[in-house]
Design a protein around this ligand. Structure first.
Ligand SMILES: CC(C)(COP(=O)(O)OP(=O)(O)OC[C@H]1O[C@@H](n2cnc3c(N)ncnc32)[C@H](O)[C@@H]1OP(=O)(O)O)[C@@H](O)C(=O)NCCC(=O)NCCS
Length: 163
């Protein structure tokens, strides 16, 4: 795809929620994680939630927020790109938009996490310059934090320092 110039990024709105949760199972290869993306994010994290569109069609989204507990951290909760528009730079565009929001809010660190099964996400984050935090376990040769978001639900924790 060489239409990156055609991609428009805007902040998310509550009316975007329904559309996003409806595409998530397909975008996540059949895993239905849509219950983790609540409408409240689009209402109260409007400034740090981004929608990517081409001619009004949803091609990507990022839901993030500024950590209330760690004042130097911005956290990316979920991000996805339409399968037909991947590897064209849209994910990078959305992440960079979030980095800008972090800088505006005085945040110098971006954190995110993913499941060990999501090799695509691991590769993407490493390409984006995220390091993997050491954690307290190892799955498939990668450090995980075993009970990070729930018992027996290990996550790989990513961290990137903004320059
Ligand atoms: C992860 C995801 C958001 C990446 O979006 P994308 O638009 O394809 O990513 P980009 O084209 O901007 O790629 C950015 C960098 O990551 C790399 N990358 C992207 N997908 C990759 C993959 N599957 N394997 C290896 N590297 C990959 C790109 O090559 C690029 O690196 P480069 O600039 O050095 O070439 C997308 O694949 C997706 O939606 N996956 C399903 C949902 C998901 O797992 N989200 C994870 C976060 S919750």
């Amino acid at each position: 795809m060489n239409e990156l110039d055609d991609v428009k990024i805007r902040n998310g709105k509550s009316i975007d929620h329904e559309n996003i949760v409806s595409v998530m199972p397909e975008w996540w290869g059949g895993r239905d994680l849509s219950s983790s993306v609540l409408k409240v994010f689009f209402i109260h994290f409007h400034n740090t939630t981004f929608i990517a569109e081409i001619d009004g069609q949803l091609v990507g989204f990022l839901v993030g927020f500024m950590s209330q507990s760690e004042k130097s951290v911005g956290y990316i909760h979920f991000a996805g790109v339409h399968p037909q528009f991947r590897k064209a730079g849209i994910g990078r565009l959305l992440y960079e938009e979030f980095y800008s929001a972090c800088r505006v809010n005085g945040r110098s660190i971006v954190k995110s996490c993913t499941s060990p099964v999501n090799k695509l996400s691991i590769n993407f984050h490493q390409k984006m310059g995220f390091e993997i935090e050491q954690g307290d376990g190892i799955v498939d040769d990668v450090f995980v934090t075993i009970d990070y978001l729930g018992k027996g639900n290990p996550k790989i924790l990513f961290k990137k320092i903004l320059t």
